[in-house]
Design a protein around this ligand. Structure first.
Ligand SMILES: Nc1ncnc2c1ncn2[C@@H]1O[C@H](COP(=O)(O)OP(=O)(O)OP(=O)(O)O)[C@@H](O)[C@H]1O
Length: 601
């Protein structure tokens, strides 16, 4: 019977007590009414299982659910399930299969989805799946939504025949050209894959332009066809350039080519072209100016990210015992050289313990290189969502958010003329030093970015006000801070980072609001968060601050100053404190009604 099948499924969990009201004394369905938690019933039959956020553990026997004749939807998202991919074809009639945010691992057989003619939605995001993306997915006639981000899929993206409405391949190890059928998707859907190329990302490299291990290179399969001849050709070109450029410059400077009136301007031009091959350092101390552009170009480079906003490289200069990150920006041509130089000098003058200093830059007409120190510990995004995610305790999270708030507040104070003093605040732009002190990066760049493309790259432009009214304001940085807070508290990767257009439905803030409204706030917090005992009030307050920052109505959204003050007060909250602070008001009900629910965290 259906009950027996479900009970056998529960038995295979490492913690079968999790589904406590599943027991043989009642039937799972009475008509459309469900008696067992997470079971979706239609006319007395089991149509779906929605077992999300239930702390389910172990290598569960999913295949047994194939014996439920009417099962169409199965969601096991946001649990701790592990093991390799089960034989999905045993659940061949499924329309939707959601396995995101678990700990599934291993390769998925190429024919795993063969013949699943009804499958419309498949969510496998944020697991540990490896190997190739199964090509059987490309044959599913009804597939509309496919989310594979946050795994370790490798190799090329197969050629999807369908027109997928939603698809994400971000943060895997995919490589090679993006198939034409997916080129209409946003670039963020492919970000975090070192070696993907082609529309909507940068064009795939040609062997001539891409020598190996070089910041103008990538280790795409194209490298494999590099031959000694090509390398020799490149060498010859470089040598020729080195000879020709100075020769031309000298020619221009030569007195017989000048008349007295133009001599000054020619000289300036010559100086400029000489500078052309130089890095401009932004700090005066000699210590930071030890290497030059040629050193950077010669050193071995590792790709950190190759989104359409920037291609980022970790460059190790063994000779100088220095490791830096070089970001190549192709969409930063909004200002001419003089304004660009001035803006860089302005950013270079900033100094704060929560900002990653910009070290140097190089200006070219169509491309800009920005150089900063490499931060060993990586970003908050990697820590929260990466494959080696570490559990951050409450105290560290408070430290991080305080540092972020201080850094942001400093930017707002020092760059008052910018509408968006940061503009791109998100967890991958919060780096963490070895004491978990946060360092903001990629700040203050919005005025330099090509305006017609800025909405594709900068987090601030994914805000409700930009989507609804085409406007941004200083409070837009506050919205970014809010999403970051909610991400930090829930451990969930915000959809908002991926969607170029804000959508209330999929916003992380909407999900949190609804959970809190439904008195499920105990299920909102990141299960990986340690050290939460006696911290309920602080946690709820920070959640509320985050939600306030995400307020869609700008007149209701608080000013940054106010938010920073509230964040600074976080330390002092503990169990003894009364609900006296105004930021606790909305949470009174939740805290009192959900009672000790927060202890589940
Ligand atoms: N100075 C740095 N030290 C260490 N890691 C860095 C540094 N700068 C960037 N990173 C990391 O390198 C990766 C790529 O960065 P990059 O800025 O190219 O992309 P992103 O922040 O993921 O997205 P976007 O292109 O939209 O800014 C990210 O994981 C980022 O956290």
């Amino acid at each position: 019977t259906d009950s027996e099948i479900l009970l056998e499924f529960r038995e295979s969990l490492a913690n079968h007590s999790a589904l406590s009201n599943w027991n043989a004394s009642t039937s799972p369905c009475d008509g459309d009414k469900s008696n067992w938690m997470g079971v979706i019933c239609v006319e007395g039959e089991i149509w779906g299982l929605q077992l999300e956020y239930m702390g389910l553990q172990g290598d569960v026997n999913v295949e047994i659910l194939g014996a439920l004749p009417r099962l169409r939807t199965l969601s096991l998202m946001n649990n701790n399930l592990q093991g390799s991919m089960f034989n999905v074809r045993k659940l061949g009639a499924l329309k939707a299969l959601y396995l995101s945010d678990n700990r599934f691992t291993g390769d998925i057989p190429d024919d795993a989805f063969k013949g699943m003619g009804s499958l419309k939605k498949l969510l496998l995001a944020n697991n540990g799946f490896t190997g190739k993306i199964p090509s059987s997915l490309t044959m599913l006639p009804k597939l509309l939504m496919l989310r594979l981000e946050g795994n370790q899929f490798s190799g090329p993206i197969p050629d999807f025949k369908q027109t997928l409405k939603v698809a994400s391949f971000a943060n895997n190890r995919l490589e090679g050209p993006i198939p034409a059928s997916l080129s209409h998707m946003g670039a963020t859907m492919f970000s975090g894959n070192k070696n993907l190329c082609g529309k909507p990302l940068q064009a795939c490299p040609t062997p001539m332009r891409m020598p190996k291990n070089h910041i103008f290179a990538s280790s795409t399969p194209v490298d494999k066809i590099s031959t000694p001849e090509i390398l020799a050709l490149i060498l010859i070109c470089v040598v020729l350039l080195l000879i020709i450029i100075p020769a031309l410059v000298l020619l221009c400077l030569s007195p017989r080519n000048q008349n007295p009136q133009t001599s000054d301007s020619n000289e300036k031009k010559a100086v400029k072209s000489l500078e052309h091959g130089k890095l401009k350092f932004l700090k005066d101390d000699d210590e930071s100016q030890r290497f030059d552009l040629q050193d950077l170009l010669r050193a071995s480079a590792e790709v950190l990210g190759s989104g359409s906003f920037a291609a980022s490289y970790k460059v190790v200069m063994v000779m100088y015992d220095e490791t830096v990150v070089v970001k190549r920006h192709k969409q930063m041509n909004n200002e001419g050289k003089e304004d660009f130089d001035e803006h860089m000098r302005r950013l270079g003058r900033l100094s704060h313990q929560n900002l990653l200093p910009l070290k140097a830059y190089h200006y070219m007409r169509d491309e800009k290189l920005l150089v900063s120190k490499y931060i060993e510990n990586g970003s908050l995004a990697t820590l929260l969502h990466g494959k080696d995610q570490a559990s951050l305790d409450w105290e560290s999270r408070v430290k991080i958010i305080k540092g972020v708030a201080r850094g942001l507040s400093y930017l707002h104070k020092e760059l008052p003329t910018l509408i968006l003093p940061h503009g791109n605040l998100k967890s991958s732009n919060v780096l963490l030093d070895d004491t978990f002190n946060p360092l903001l990066c990629d700040y203050g760049l919005t005025p330099m970015i090509n305006q017609e493309q800025v909405h594709l790259f900068m987090t601030a432009y994914k805000s409700p006000e930009y989507a609804l009214k085409g406007r941004i304001s200083k409070k837009t940085d506050v919205w970014c801070l809010g999403i970051l807070i909610l991400e930090l508290m829930t451990g969930k990767f915000p959809e908002n980072y991926l969607n170029p257009n804000y959508d209330t439905q999929t916003s992380l803030a909407t999900w949190v609001t609804e959970m809190v409204k439904d008195k499920k706030s105990n299920q909102v917090f990141d299960k990986q968060m340690l050290g939460t005992k006696d911290k309920r009030i602080g946690m709820m307050n920070l959640l509320k601050i985050g939600l306030n920052c995400c307020e869609e109505d700008l007149s209701v959204r608080p000013e940054l100053k106010q938010v920073v003050q509230q964040i600074e007060q976080l330390d002092d909250e503990d169990e003894d404190q009364q609900f006296s602070s105004p930021i606790c008001e909305v949470n009174k009900e939740v805290l009192t009604t959900s009672g000790s629910g927060l202890n589940m965290v």
